[in-house]
Design a protein around this ligand. Structure first.
Ligand SMILES: Cc1cc2nc3c(=O)[nH]c(=O)nc-3n(C[C@H](O)[C@H](O)[C@H](O)COP(=O)(O)O)c2cc1C
Length: 331
């Protein structure tokens, strides 16, 4: 999710789940191409690092790409493979005006053949699995037959998994936020898709709030993707490795009872390395606000961490002190 699931948030989530596949924010293929054209090698490395850099602890990790040009997308896939991503995912669900002007995101659902050309070029560029994130439809192209035709066309082109946001997008008239809540969720269409195309790997997305929601979906589809409920309630997912991924090791058991201070302590080595390398603490600390949902005194804790982590010279010791203050209160 743009502006949310950046590398720092993903490291935070890895304290909670080792097995769930994490996705990057959408990275525009053309931006990667421009970064590669930078003549100065050091600047080129910095630009690419900003766009697609990640810490190995984030794996398994998918790079989500935006674009509609097979050549640029193939180039981006080559980069993803070189950098060690586990999968590349093409964004066919974003309805924003800006993305639409670039002719990618959800508007591409109107042109399955162009998307198929993209998928073919991406699949030929590396051994990485190529997957998509799509809607059940857009505007008036919202019948089940159109959804099936779209998926069949992409499957024939080499798409290996379909993550389907189970609501259509209205490209005219609704903004991106409204497009994540106003069109109704139609899970039954995704279930039907799986029933009629049992050999395809179908993942459902949209409105899933709890592990129980996910478990009930998994009776009908191959996978679940959760966005906002993970960002807003990271600790709600503490049992995901044991209950969904079937990991009953001692380590997974310990993670299933992880506390906010344990998450913070787990982040310390990463935060320390990041700050020593010249990074600011705030981009990491900004993701911590939701960790303390339900903790007494959470508001004061948030205020204090915002103030202290925002200081220019702030380092990992700020997180350590914040962990200690939670531990002293039993969290
Ligand atoms: C702030 C925000 C940014 C998002 N950015 C992306 C994105 O970059 N790529 C993408 O495929 N979906 C993006 N989404 C959509 C989510 O992936 C997801 O499809 C949607 O929020 C519905 O799932 P949920 O109810 O589990 O959040 C974004 C959603 C939000 C709220």
């Amino acid at each position: 999710m743009l502006d949310y699931t950046d590398r720092h948030f993903r490291v935070l989530m890895r304290q909670i789940s080792r097995h769930s596949l994490l996705y990057s924010e959408m990275v525009v293929a053309q931006a990667l191409h421009h970064a590669r054209q930078e003549p100065d090698a050091a600047k080129r490395g910095e630009r690419l690092e900003r766009l697609i850099g990640f810490d190995p602890i984030e794996k398994p990790l998918a790079l989500q790409l935006g674009g509609d040009d097979p050549g640029l997308l193939a180039e981006a896939v080559g980069l993803a493979a070189d950098w060690g991503y586990d999968e590349v995912n093409l964004n066919l669900g974003c309805p924003s005006e800006k993305v639409r002007k670039g002719r990618f995101g959800a508007c591409l659902m109107a042109d399955p053949h162009q998307v198929a050309r993209c998928i073919e070029a991406m699949a030929a560029a590396s051994p990485l699995p190529v997957t998509v994130k799509q809607r059940i439809g857009i505007d008036d192209l919202d019948s089940y037959a159109e959804l099936l035709n779209f998926v069949d066309t992409l499957a024939a082109a080499g798409c290996r998994r379909f993550a389907v946001h189970a609501r259509k997008a209205w490209l005219d008239g609704l903004d991106p936020k409204q497009n994540r809540s106003i069109p109704p969720l139609r899970y039954e269409l995704v279930h039907q898709l799986k029933r009629e195309r049992p050999k395809l790997t179908i993942e459902i997305n949209g409105g899933l709030q709890t592990l129980a929601d996910c478990q009930s979906q998994l009776a009908q589809v191959d996978g679940v993707m959760v966005g906002r409920a993970v960002y807003d309630q990271p600790l709600r997912w503490a049992r995901v490795d044991s209950d969904i991924h079937g990991d009953h090791s001692a380590a997974a058991l310990a993670r299933s009872e992880i506390s906010p201070s344990m998450v913070l302590r787990g982040l310390l080595p990463y935060a320390d390395e990041w700050c020593r390398g010249g990074g600011k603490l705030w981009p990491i600390a900004r993701h911590l606000v939701h960790l303390v949902a339900g903790v007494s005194g959470a508001r004061r804790w948030r205020q204090s961490i915002s103030q202290e982590a925002g200081a220019k010279s702030a380092g990992a010791e700020v997180l350590e002190a914040a962990a200690l203050s939670l531990e002293q209160r039993g969290y």
